[in-house]
Ligand binder design. Structure first.
Ligand SMILES: [Fe+2]
Ligand SMILES: [Fe+2]
Length: 324
């Protein structure tokens, strides 16, 4: 398929030219897609970004799209109308953006290598197939800010993983003290999960929950194979991260509470949400301290390295969870 000619009205790779009134090339992007928004924001901030006109096809009036472009087409693929009126889409549209931005021109030059453009367009088409994973489900109209919902999604995934960690421990260990420890913590994590489920609607939960369940179970079961000390060291590392994670969310809620709009009826559950997160955080701190008190903290470089891996792995998982 010619990467420039998938649009139904395209002819020989371009649409019927309609010169731009502003004299600027115009980019039509889907502002409802978090990934597209982030990428376009990068281009807008780049040197030369103000030489292009940027139109959010998600929220603009139909007239802003101009001739030969309707909203469904503009939301389906990136489009750029050059200053001479030629309408490009897909990889060719990206190349047009890059060629207008001095620091991105090298990428535009690479795209001119024979065969590169169809390859890029195939990659872009493949990306478009998985792009819905990053979008909220149609009809989701939660009044809470998206940033807050993303954070709550990470909390839900984290508490799901926490339940699985202790299940993993209990599946492996026969040590009575460790079983008592895991059973006690498991009860708390189940309560946390039940609380978080009440504030994170199913449509906002991570789509990677099966992965978080398996990785949580392994994070409990694998250390349990090596004995209680390794489990305690693991829990200490996990809960050290979770304490920081919850603590970082409280200022976000405080900032929302300061806004007059957020203090009104639109977001009535923020004080309760804040109290819930703080309660969970204090439980996690007590889990961390309980684990730390059960071993001497001297496990050698291997155990330290494992704790680092667990902490960094939790960070990476949270980053994924914010978007998927
Ligand atoms: Fe928890
Ligand atoms: Fe915990």
């Amino acid at each position: 398929m010619n990467p420039l000619s998938s649009h139904p009205r395209a002819t020989s790779g371009v649409l019927a030219p309609e010169p731009s009134a502003s004299g600027k090339a115009c980019v039509y992007y889907d502002g409802g897609c978090p990934l597209c928004r982030a990428e376009i924001a990068t281009y807008q901030r780049a040197e030369g970004g103000d030489a292009l006109r940027w139109v959010d096809a998600h929220g603009c009036v139909p007239d802003e799209l101009g001739a030969g472009l309707d909203r469904p087409a503009a939301l389906a693929r990136l489009h750029v109308r050059r200053a001479d009126g030629v309408l490009l889409q897909g990889a060719a549209a990206f190349v047009e953006i890059w060629s207008n931005l001095p620091r991105w021109r090298w990428l535009a030059r690479m795209a001119r290598v024979p065969g590169a453009l169809p390859l890029m367009d195939a990659g872009y088409t493949a990306f478009l197939r998985v792009r819905p994973l990053w979008r909220p489900a149609p009809g989701s109209s939660d009044p809470r800010p998206r940033e807050l919902l993303r954070e709550l999604r990470t909390d839900h995934a984290g508490e799901t993983g926490a339940v699985m960690i202790y299940r993993g421990v209990l599946a492996v260990t026969r040590d009575p003290a460790l079983r008592e420890f895991a059973q006690h913590h498991l009860e708390t994590e189940r309560r946390h999960l039940a609380l978080v489920e009440q504030v994170v609607p199913p449509r906002w939960r991570s789509r990677l929950l099966p992965i978080w369940r398996v990785s949580g179970w392994l994070t409990g079961a694998l250390p349990a194979l090596f004995g209680p000390r390794v489990v305690y060291a693991t829990i200490q590392a996990v809960e050290t991260f979770v304490d920081r994670h919850y603590a970082a969310q409280v200022p976000m809620i405080d900032a929302l509470l300061q806004r007059p709009a957020a203090a009104g009826a639109a977001l009535p559950d923020l004080p309760a949400l804040r109290a819930m997160l703080e309660k969970c955080r204090l439980d996690e701190v007590s889990h961390r301290d309980d684990a730390a008190s059960r071993w001497d903290g001297r496990g050698g470089w291997l155990l330290s390295a494992w704790q680092q891996i667990v902490g960094r792995g939790s960070e990476v998982a949270v980053r994924f969870c914010r978007y998927i």
